[in-house]
Design a protein around this ligand. Sequence first.
Ligand code: SF4
Length: 594
Amino acid sequence: MANETSATGPGRSSVEEIIRKRLADERARLEQELEVALPPVQHFERPVERGFTRAEREHTTVLFGGLTWKHEQLITGALSGLGYKVEPLAVPDVKAFQLGKEYGNNGQCNPTYFTVGNLVQHLQKLEEQGLDRQSIIDDYVFITAGACGPCRFGMYEAEYRLALRNSGFDGFRVMLFQQSGGLSQSEAGAGLELNVDFFLAILNAMNMGDLVNDVGYQTRPFEVEEGATDAAMTEAMDTLEEIFRTKRTFQLEGKMGGFVKRLPKVGGTAEFVGKFADQTFGSDYIDAFRDLGARLDEVDLDRTRVKPIVKITGEFWAQTTEGDGNFNMFRFLEREGAQVIVEPIGTWIMYMIHQAKQMNLDRAGVTEDEAMPSAWRIDKRMAVEWAARKKNAKLSVAEAIFKREWNRLREALGGVPHELTDQYELQRIGHPMYNSRAGGGEGHLEVAKNIYYSNKGLCHMVLSLKPFGCMPSTQSDGVQSAVVNQYKDMIYLPVETSGEGEINAHSRVQMALGEAKVKAKQEIERIQELTGISLEEARAYADEHPELKRPLYKVPHYKGVIGTAANFLMHIAELEGRAVAPVERQPAMAGAAG
Ligand code: SF4
């Protein structure tokens, strides 16, 4: 056995014993030699926290936040539908940042200050509204995703606790679900049941939030009537939230259902399979999403407006939030005349699955208890390999299901939202510049996306939003200078986000955007010449064919053509049967809309 001394030498535990003893002896020798006595080591231990029990659910409000209002509204509906009292936090603002700095540790990354301070700010507001502190501590819990790092994300939980203690809310409960913990992290009798229903509800809400968000950013810059997109979205999202609230999850019901449920071993699996079948073949969400699309489709568009497309990348939170946390960058870009491509949370989910698969293969035979068998034990080596492949087969199924669900929803919006970017392609592109095994933050994604979107003609400029104090972003910053050196035509701007310095950041973006505008202008001139269609003629054509003004009308993406107006002209040329060389439609490509 590995842990015992064998004929070939000491086992693992004996070796560790020897190391420990040698360390202690050496420490004692040094202490004596230097005449110092080192104080006993005090390791940090996670405080024991009061639980959130099933019995408390009726009178306890679950707080959460950190995404866009669209994601949060749908998650609110989804969790309410599962029987929870839910309240999303407001989008973090500068005041939240200041509270995070005041009550938390110094030297954290920027999203920590914003998100931690935002929770404190929310609790303080509850107090201002008349709730006493003890009631807040007793009747509210905060839920958030957790991870073991390797960047500061692993310390968020401790930061929340510290800031809560320092701000006088000691004992306030922070509940974590592990972002890589799978679909069932539930404990019996827990107030928050982290089970299949919970995660499917959250995934559906996040996917729909992503897709609506995407359509919104494709629509708003071209809306004929200012504010029409936001009005349509607000109305449609209210309806969708209601669908989530009233959606019943699949349960084995009735006498037969109860009987099957109680069958040892089989019962749980049958219900699990039923839930997945309901998810993958059911049409409740798809139908609701089609209705939402119909409402968005009422907005009138003028696609002949020439706008540079700016792809947003960067750190997960900084590239997602729609507030002070990234200097309100998306609205600023739109005001400055740009079209923005935001990053869906779906990319992150696919990235995590992809990395887990990669890790399984890399770690085959090197896990803690299992050394790789000798080269001549082909049978044992094959067994190790098989075990890794089996684990990966499950992840591949998860990957396929997630992608299928995403595409079903995407199709319900006429295929207009961007496709999920292929993780294998991102790895292939990014790995030569940034080792794809290096975890933390966005890992190799930031570098890979920059090359992908610029090289495939999907944007005129890439804007990377990197939080102040972000460790992985600092690393990729170094790599990006090599990337920009290699791809000379790329317009790439990294902006460090913080609680201050908005004017400076906006002015840097304005400068880079100036270059992107020139690129877009040159492109439209080339396309007008190529197609023989002017922008005025295209506008007149759209007036005669009003379906071309609909947000869910899918304008194809043509090879080498980036801008919306430029692709629109190419499309009209194709509809009119004009001989334009080359009128080549880009085959369906991830990251491309249409
Ligand atoms: S990726 Fe960067 S900003 Fe995000 S949690 Fe990690 S260190 Fe902080």
